[in-house]
Design a protein around this ligand. Structure first.
Ligand SMILES: [Zn+2]
Length: 196
């Protein structure tokens, strides 16, 4: 006997989420069955509102609700330093450090042989468009093979434009992600950055 179509439609939607397999998707669908109507409506509204209102900042690629993110709009931040990270999650991680007052640029990924991603697939053109007045670019991609490859490639491109580039220090464990690092480790890594 098959599930009713409305049920399988919801299961299929859940299955498209990362880390959710068939069994988990079914479990979630059963859970929705037990939820009260107001909550299901609120959930649907929040999802729809999220989709309509969350964008990537036109300048740096971080997430925001308007054209520009809070960091790009903040004129008190040091406009001469840009910290390049892989994802918006890393911006939130770096902000926890509190010692960094410059700007960010989010690449939305890394160069990856396995996934066939090249430098052209990253949010990189908008970085080159905002280098006026920038004295230093700190590359804070994750200490993974892909993160290191991306850092080297980016440093070469920036060197051609005469921009001083530094890489966060190796205080972070190899293969780890910046958004999992604690504040002290990140602070040390930032302070110990080296020119590349
Ligand atoms: Zn921004």
């Amino acid at each position: 006997m098959n599930y009713p179509k409305s049920f399988t439609d919801l299961v299929e939607c859940f299955k498209r989420l990362p880390g959710i397999g068939g069994k988990s998707a079914e479990r979630l669908a059963y859970h929705v069955l037990s939820m009260d109507k107001e909550y299901v409506q609120e959930f649907a509204n929040v999802l729809s509102h999220f989709q309509d209102n969350i964008h990537y900042c036109k300048k740096c690629g971080h997430i925001c609700e308007g054209e520009l993110c809070e960091i790009c709009k903040d004129e008190t931040r040091d406009q001469s330093v840009i910290c390049v990270v892989e994802s918006p999650k890393d911006v939130f991680a770096m902000e926890k450090v509190r010692e960094y007052h410059g700007l960010y640029h989010v690449l939305h990924g890394t160069i990856s042989m396995i996934d066939g991603k090249t430098i052209d697939d990253l949010n990189i053109n908008s970085l080159f468009e905002r280098l006026d007045g920038v004295k230093e670019v700190i590359i804070a991609t994750n200490p993974t093979r892909e993160g290191e490859t991306t850092a080297l490639f980016l440093a070469k491109l920036l060197a051609k434009k005469g921009i001083e580039t530094s890489r966060i220090a190796n205080g972070l464990p190899i293969g780890s992600n910046i958004d999992y690092a604690d504040e002290l480790t990140l602070l040390k890594s930032l302070e110990g950055r080296k020119k590349i």
